[in-house]
Design a protein around this ligand. Structure first.
Ligand code: 5GP
Length: 194
């Protein structure tokens, strides 16, 4: 079991509706040393790749992506949730349905922050149905930049986002893949990874 899986078992809380709460260490109160370790682990998993930018989505992706960007020595860009009134021709736009809030957001990245020369590592905290990742991938595609890979802290392997992204041929690395979780008992199992 790796450091993140251990921490999920210790402090994660399974909620009804297939939601894993990790707000005591990852996305509300944050363990900054755990985040640093996550940064180092993604650096190890994408070692040898030429990466020029890390891309994530606000808000909970930012804390995960920041130590990754620092490890690679590149800028971090995050997609912002936009009010349509703010959108002009200077922005790449994607529609992203929020898994936790069940509503669709338009997310935007300023065109000047992603260029065709960029080799992008996409990072997010969770992967469920894959809407957030697919939105970010579509933004990189619109910029004619390259997706080098996708790094996820916690993939819920019983939802189909991971399979969909892997089937599209992307290099997807998830530090913890939850195979099953039970809101009644709180029991969590992980997919074994080597
Ligand atoms: P997807 O777009 O893959 O369906 O969902 C990914 C997004 O939804 C992530 O950006 C994350 O913020 C949120 N999310 C999905 N599942 C969970 C979960 O079980 N717990 C928490 N805290 N966030 C989740």
């Amino acid at each position: 079991m790796n450091f993140l899986e251990e921490r999920i078992l210790k402090d994660g809380v399974v909620k009804p509706g297939n939601v894993l709460k990790v707000d005591s260490f990852l996305n509300h109160k944050m363990d900054v040393y755990l985040l640093d370790e996550i940064g180092r682990e993604f650096k190890r998993r994408f070692a040898g790749e030429k990466i020029t930018k890390v891309l994530t989505i606000e808000s909970s992706g930012i804390a995960i992506a920041l130590p990754v960007a620092r490890e690679f020595g590149v800028p971090l860009v995050f997609a912002k949730k936009a009010k349509s009134i703010n959108i002009d021709g200077e922005m790449y736009v994607a529609e992203v349905e929020s898994f936790t809030h069940k509503k669709t957001n338009q997310v935007i990245v300023a065109k000047r922050f992603l260029t065709p020369e960029d080799r992008v590592l996409i990072i997010d905290d969770f992967l469920a149905n894959g809407c957030a990742l697919q939105g970010l991938i579509s933004i990189v595609d619109a910029a004619e930049a390259e997706v080098v890979g996708c790094g996820i802290a916690i993939e819920k392997g019983f939802q189909d986002g991971g399979e969909r992204i892997r089937n599209l041929g992307y290099h997807l690395e998830s530090l913890a893949i939850v195979e099953s979780m039970d809101a009644q008992t709180g029991h969590i199992t992980f997919r074994s990874q080597n």
